[in-house]
Design a protein around this ligand. Sequence first.
Ligand SMILES: *Cc1c(COP(=O)(O)O)cnc(C)c1O
Length: 476
Amino acid sequence: MKELLRKIPPIHEALETGGFNRFIEINDLSFNQGKELVKESVTSIRKYILEGTWEGPPPDTQGFLDAVFMHAEKIKKQKYSISLHRVINASGTVLHTNLGRARIGAETIEHISSVAGSYNNLEYDIDEGKRGTRHTHAEKFICELTGAEAAMIVNNNAAAVFLILSALAKNKEVIVSRGELVEIGGSFRISSIMEESGAKLVEVGTTNKTHLKDYQGHIVEDTAMIMKVHQSNFVMKGFTSAVESEELAGLSKEYDHVLYYEDLGSGALFDFSQYGIGEEPLISDVIEKGADLVSFSGDKLLGGPQAGIIAGKKEAVDLLKKHQLARVLRVDKMTIAALEMTLLHYLKKEEDKIPAVFSITRPKEDIHQQSIKLVDQLKHRNVSFILELSEGISKVGGGTMPEVELDTYLVSVQHNRVPANEIHKRLRKQDPGVITRIHQDRIFIDLRTVTPEEHDEILEALVELNGQIENDLPFS
Ligand SMILES: *Cc1c(COP(=O)(O)O)cnc(C)c1O
């Protein structure tokens, strides 16, 4: 072993070879960058040799230096690889939580880039020429769209719930129906967040039924709030009843010290039900029914950036803006820019510019045409996949509208020598990765959320994969 290690050529010798010059040229590196990578490469090869796991040529052979440069290239790739990057969502789930929920629209992207790439008036009052507050941005649009008196933005809806409970109900009681003590994916539980905030949870009613009198019977001097939580990600069926927003708002108004707050989860600014899609409450309706406060996510049905939006009575929102936690939970200029432009699309009734709304309401026939095109293009390129077109279902996702089934078309891709999970894996490892659905030993491509540019990329990814399979190429 010692003998082998001694035969490793010194770094300065490796740097004088043509192999090194090619290595830095191909990888666009300076001499010093290349030198550092070669050093790292030799260090790790030394370790492999000691462990007995080095599978390359031994140090005293011709090919050893080439192996050192190849390993250095691998180190460079790993070192400079960006972790968060784009993928193509061909899964058919529009607000795919693992794939970043809502995609941001083109005009919004442009606006984010203009604000982020320049100085801006984030906390500067242009009219007065003095310090302003970031809380004013987007507020006007939210109020206009929801009918609320005031609004503010925090990091996400979980943060909104936490801020509202901490600021307005700490050491006081909050009444919630047992049927609404929900857990949202990724370990967000109403009961736990309530405990963290210092508010005391008062559960009323039963799992399936809660009546107005259940709430009435629990209002005491220490009650700060009646809270309603939208059952975003599940549906209760059968012998059930819950109390309507109006009634709860009315009840809270009988007491000066009791606020009525609804955690809407997603909520909607656009009436999807006019397309026969779901029954998500319109945020403006809930405000009109008398809620003192509502909160909802920016990146669920709204189709904007990750954010939590709080809207409601000015008096309550002002208390939230002044609370210490407002600073802890505040959002960045890029979030505000993205949210404002998305909201402006709603205000101008150009919802088709919001990709989430566009994809959810996209007509089935449109997806049909695109799917036929993809199959034709693939056949034209002589791929050896077995391709089939069938009707299927897309989902809204993001923990919203769990029951809604959006009619779609699916392209299934099979290969008689390669199992579906291998195709699935290879597609997601292409650049850009293509995320498909896998079901009963087939992969399915749902083009609902796929743009024309991405369509071409999927085509090329499949052609490339076909080539890899045909040539039995090892896959990295
Ligand atoms: C999704 C959801 C949340 C959490 O919202 P995020 O924006 O993901 O933090 C809270 N409450 C309800 C009811 C939800 O559906």
